[in-house]
Write a protein that binds this ligand. Structure first.
Ligand code: KIV
Ligand code: ZN
Length: 512
């Protein structure tokens, strides 16, 4: 019998720390509900003390998402632990996750604490958290650069104080797989009360081995990871790689998870759509090329017997033929039913907006696929106020014309028109929008892709825009890629305008 490893998903906390990946409340709720369908064991929904936005997202997720344990991060400070509890209280399955560094580098230069002081703070905060909840996780930050003997002492002390999970982070992605495996073994052998807690691992990908490190330490009972591996800097260990690694090589690891793997691809697409973090085509498990065989020899083998070159079935991660879901004659009732089958429950107002959008799309494109619906939903459920709204767009371009865009926007409720030129149709549209909105932002990234096959497919555009220290992503989709491009740019500018109006800037978990 395979040992069951708990999957602790931190897409909404560590994942959201990826530059430009911030999500609003509705987006976080959509992702959390998908994580529940994926059947993760624990969702780290955010860091309650860091901002009112994070607090509210944790509160709503804890109240509304059924299945997984919902967790909030908290620095080892009383006000953080109290705030985590306030966000979680009243919900059925909750955990507080508190942490402090144990490496001398961090203690000396960042926290300005002695080892004894840090251990005492850890113990006090675990006790405080246990005063609120039964389920408390403690992380010694920068564990892999800590003196192992001191690390063992801290772990023993926090377990005595009531920690039920002890998580070992490779915070800066420094460890090598064998070394990390040995560290976990050392903890099992040297922390006298370790059997009273679950050991967890949390690896970052700075040297490209976050998944390798996590799997090398699979004697642990919990793995922390994110969808598509998003997270601080080079990211966290990717959930889909860990889960499929264990499932496919159960014979070797003797371990498995409870993950509903058929939901993996959908989760990956959803997080990519919402955050604007594009998945590289050659990414393991969820990349566009992960299951396509180009070489003639491989194709020949596959036609004769699938297992010659296929170690996992594409259907096992939810990759099948694009399912045709609806057409232009489908009604509102069928539309709602189809969305519910896909796992989306909407209010009447949300449904009306999404249905209108679906009808327009069905007029343009005859056949609407599941992927089209996912994009409509992730765009329509956003509640960023539309400071700038696209009313109309006409572009002229070709081999012997200077590309020109004629745009009408509604800006704060007032209509405004402008004509502008550029190096190509998208450039002309973007320059014109920049003049009309008087934006001071810089466009960092522009990516366009087709959502499904065929020349009538919707084009989906993702942009990354920066103003000062703030980076936001915008996305837009349409069967006309210039319109999709304008929508994506305006979506990013609306996010910037919203952010400026709220000034709800998060504090980072590294601000000790
Ligand atoms: O990487 C890290 O050390 C963390 C901790 C807060 C667990 O994310
Ligand atoms: Zn981390």
């Amino acid at each position: 019998m395979a040992r069951m490893i708990r999957i602790f998903d931190t897409t909404l906390r560590d994942g959201e720390q990826s530059p430009g990946a911030s999500m609003n409340l509705e987006e976080k709720l959509i992702v959390a509900k998908q994580l529940a369908r994926l059947n993760v064991d624990i969702i780290e929904a955010g860091f309650a003390y860091s901002s009112p936005g994070d607090f509210e997202a944790i509160r709503r997720i804890a109240q509304e998402v059924e299945g997984p344990i919902i967790c909030s991060l908290a620095r080892a400070r009383p006000e953080d632990v109290d705030r985590a509890w306030e966000a979680l209280r009243g919900a059925p399955k909750i955990r507080i996750h508190t942490f402090i560094s144990t490496s001398d580098i961090h203690l000396k230069h960042q926290f300005r604490l002695t080892r004894d002081q840090a251990r005492e703070r850890a113990v006090e905060m675990v006790q405080r958290a246990r005063g609120y909840v039964e389920d408390v996780e403690f992380s010694p930050m920068d564990a892999t650069r800590s003196d192992p003997k001191y690390l063992y002492e801290v772990l023993e002390a926090v377990i005595t104080a009531g920690a039920t999970t002890v998580n070992i982070p490779d915070t800066v992605g420094y460890a090598a797989p064998q070394e990390f495996g040995m560290l976990i073994r050392g903890i099992r052998e040297n922390v006298s009360n370790i059997k009273q807690a679950i050991i967890s691992v949390h690896c970052h990908n700075d040297l490209g081995v976050a998944v390798g490190n996590s799997l090398a330490a699979i004697g642990a009972g919990q793995v922390e990871c994110t969808i598509n591996g998003i997270g601080e800097r080079a990211g966290n260990a990717s959930l889909e790689e860990i889960v499929m690694g264990l499932r496919t090589r159960k014979d070797f690891y003797g371990a498995d998870t409870q993950i509903q793997t058929e939901e993996i691809l959908k989760s990956s697409r959803l997080v990519s759509n919402i955050t604007g973090m594009v998945v590289q085509p050659n990414k393991a498990i969820v990349g566009a090329n992960a299951f396509s065989h180009a070489s003639g020899i491989h194709q020949d083998g596959l036609l004769k017997e699938k297992t010659t070159y296929e170690i996992m079935r594409p259907e096992s991660i939810g990759l099948g033929k694009s399912t045709l879901v609806m057409g232009k004659l489908s009604g509102r009732h069928a539309f709602r039913q189809r969305l519910e089958e896909l796992g989306y429950k909407m209010t009447d107002e949300e449904l009306n907006k999404a249905f209108e959008r679906f009808k327009r799309l069905a007029d343009q494109k005859k056949e609407v696929y599941e992927e089209d619906l996912e994009v409509i939903i992730s765009e329509e459920l956003q509640t960023i106020p539309e400071t700038y709204r696209l009313k109309s767009l006409h572009v002229e371009s070709g081999t012997d014309t200077v590309p020109t865009a004629q745009i009408e926007l509604e800006i704060d409720g007032k209509s405004s028109r402008q004509v502008g030129k550029g190096d190509g149709p998208v450039d002309a549209a973007y320059r014109t929008i920049a003049v009309m909105t008087e934006t001071k932002s810089t466009l960092l990234t522009y990516v366009v892709k087709a959502i499904t096959g065929g020349t009538d497919a919707q084009g989906e555009v993702m942009v990354k825009v920066e103003e000062g220290a703030k980076t936001v992503t915008g996305h837009g989709s349409d069967t006309d890629i210039i319109v999709a491009s304008a929508k994506a740019y305006l979506n990013a500018l609306n996010k910037l305008a919203y952010w400026k109006s709220r000034k709800d800037e998060k504090i980072s978990y590294k601000e000790a």
